[in-house]
Design a protein around this ligand. Structure first.
Ligand SMILES: O=C(O)CCC(=O)C(=O)O
Length: 297
């Protein structure tokens, strides 16, 4: 695939050299669960193609954009499901994102049967969905992107036997700034976490599990400089053209980030990221409340 523009993230440009940029490998959710488990162990992720019904995903996309149409974010006269950005100055609307993450319709979406059934089989028992669930909107031209990090940084108060589902709510091409993964980085995430655990060992309990204590960066991210990290680890950033219905599963040690949206038709990237674990494992209680701007995570 030839990109119209090189991928950028927080002001850094990702080299298009083949040794620094590659593609995620897709998986079929119908494959035997032990095959999927083995692939997840090797890769640190699974890109489950078409796990969810496209209609369910698109219905939620439409509902989301209809709810925020009064902010003038949508180009006039366009269908909400397309999520076409108006680039106009936005007004404060009736419905905030923090209200949307409390919708029963959103919770039902995150608890879609194909998702929890997948995790029961994958993790081998009854599963728990963390209450703190995040929705992210990526507007074309928005320079701020997600920096390189692994999720356990923010989830140190419970088990590490947990998985993140990153779900594109609508198609999300590479140009729209979907999630990218640092190939083979689960191992590096484990090394970093062991280093942080040693450095944090003498801190009081609350600080020890914090993503923002004196041993961490201000955001908890490893870096915003994605190209240098790939150079340092001599690896590649893996990207994908996600489709509505796909679900990513990634390990809490797998390093990921996002890139700028430069959709040629001004389509907004909408996604959610949610976490599942076995209900019998220790649950990080900081994640047992709905996502809010002041939750300190
Ligand atoms: O969607 C993003 O930009 C970040 C998502 C993320 O960090 C995650 O899924 O863990």
């Amino acid at each position: 695939m030839i990109l119209q523009k090189p991928l950028t993230s927080n002001g850094y440009t990702l080299s298009s050299a083949a040794n620094r940029l590659g593609w995620l490998e897709p998986s079929d959710p119908a494959e035997p669960i032990n095959v999927l488990r083995e692939r997840y162990q090797q890769q640190g992720y699974l890109w489950l193609k078409g796990l969810l019904s496209q209609d369910t995903v698109l219905e939620f996309r439409r509902r989301y954009f209809e709810a925020i149409r009064d902010t003038s974010i949508l180009a006039p006269g366009t269908d909400a499901v397309d999520g076409i950005y108006s680039a106009e100055t936005e007004r404060k609307g009736k419905t905030s994102i923090y209200e949307i993450v409390r919708w029963a319709a959103y919770e039902a979406f995150c608890l879609s049967e194909p998702i929890w059934r997948f995790y029961e089989a994958f993790l081998g028992g009854p599963v728990y969905l963390h209450k703190r669930k995040i929705i992210r909107l990526g507007k074309p031209g928005q320079e701020r992107c997600t920096g390189a990090h692994y999720d356990l940084t923010y989830l140190r108060g419970g088990t590490d036997n947990l998985c993140t589902s990153w779900i594109p709510i609508g198609d999300c091409t590479v140009e729209m700034g979907g999630l990218i993964y640092l190939e083979g980085s689960d191992a590096f995430g484990r090394i970093k976490e062991a280093e942080f655990s040693r450095a944090n060992a003498n801190l009081p309990p609350e600080k020890r599990i914090s993503a923002y204590n004196e041993n961490m960066t201000r955001s908890g991210w490893l870096t915003e400089d994605l190209p240098s990290l790939a150079d340092k680890l001599d690896t590649r950033w893996l990207m994908a053209n996600y489709e509505a219905g796909d679900m990513m599963v990634h390990s809490p040690y797998m390093i990921h980030a996002s890139t700028e949206n430069f959709s040629p038709d001004n389509r907004m990237r909408l996604s959610t990221d949610i976490r599942y674990q076995l209900v019998s494992d220790q649950i990080d209680q900081r994640w047992a409340k709905d996502w809010s701007p002041d939750d300190g995570l």
